[in-house]
Write a protein that binds this ligand. Structure first.
Ligand SMILES: [Zn+2]
Ligand SMILES: [Zn+2]
Length: 242
């Protein structure tokens, strides 16, 4: 509590010396925020109806809970994968700058979108024992200099009081997934992940974290490994859904 009071006092001092500005346009904003109202309005929220399993949005007015065609026709190993924002426009641009443009400070804004996913009713009242970032292959991580999922997990961890641990490793340097269809993605990912040595996930409730959810194949493959090793449940949260 004392530490928290100190960090709040420090935060107040910092915002006095450096008034907070919008990450995108530089307009003045209130402390604790990242975007001005105008830029914030350009980040597209995912609104119902969407697939309860993978958060794929649907057109039209379906009111009952349902799963999408993608989830109905394949084995999905996570319990639910949740994103609050569409990975388009401004959100896509920011995540891209964070990941590939080495603008690491943007992690705070991306983590802000990730936190919004935790307010979803599928995650809101759940307790998790551990946050597990989706790993990058070591070669890719060396090239990039960081794993974006780990940076996000580390920001989330103190806020929800759940430790973040890199329990998984990526052992296959998979070719880029972008050009592949769903079946090819699954095949490409098979055995791409494994549990790190001397890691025990038995009876743990896991929250997987990544920056973007595309088809859910990566998250599903990570969940498969975790559940096979004894995890009770595996939910996933991402900053955006492509
Ligand atoms: Zn702005
Ligand atoms: Zn789905």
């Amino acid at each position: 509590m004392i530490a928290q009071a100190k960090s709040e006092a420090l935060g107040a001092l910092v915002s006095l010396l450096y008034p907070p500005v919008c990450t995108i346009c530089g307009a003045n904003i209130r402390s604790g925020q990242y975007l001005c109202a105008q830029c914030e309005s350009k980040a597209v929220r995912i609104v119902a109806p969407f697939c309860q399993k993978c958060t794929e949005p649907f057109q039209g007015a379906i009111t009952n809970t349902f799963t999408c065609a993608n989830c109905a026709h394949r084995t999905i190993h996570f319990d639910a994968a949740v994103a609050a924002y569409r990975g388009r426009g401004l959100v896509r641009e920011i995540i891209h700058r964070f990941k590939y443009g080495r603008q690491i400070y943007l992690r705070h804004l991306v983590a802000h979108w990730l936190r919004a996913a935790l307010d979803d009713e599928r995650l809101r009242d759940r307790r998790f024992d551990v946050i597990v970032p989706v790993p990058l292959h070591s070669t890719r991580q060396r090239e990039r200099g960081f794993n974006q999922a780990s940076l996000l997990a580390e920001l989330l961890s103190p806020e929800i009081s759940v430790p973040s641990k890199p329990l998984l490793e990526r052992i296959r340097h998979t070719t880029t997934q972008t050009a592949l269809d769903r079946a090819e993605r699954m095949k490409n990912l098979h055995n791409a992940f494994r549990l790190r040595k001397r890691v025990n996930v038995r009876d743990l409730r896991v929250l997987l974290v990544d920056d973007v959810l595309t088809t859910g194949s990566t998250l599903s493959e990570c969940a498969r490994v975790l559940k096979r090793a004894g995890a009770i449940s595996v939910h996933a949260a991402t900053a955006a859904r492509a």
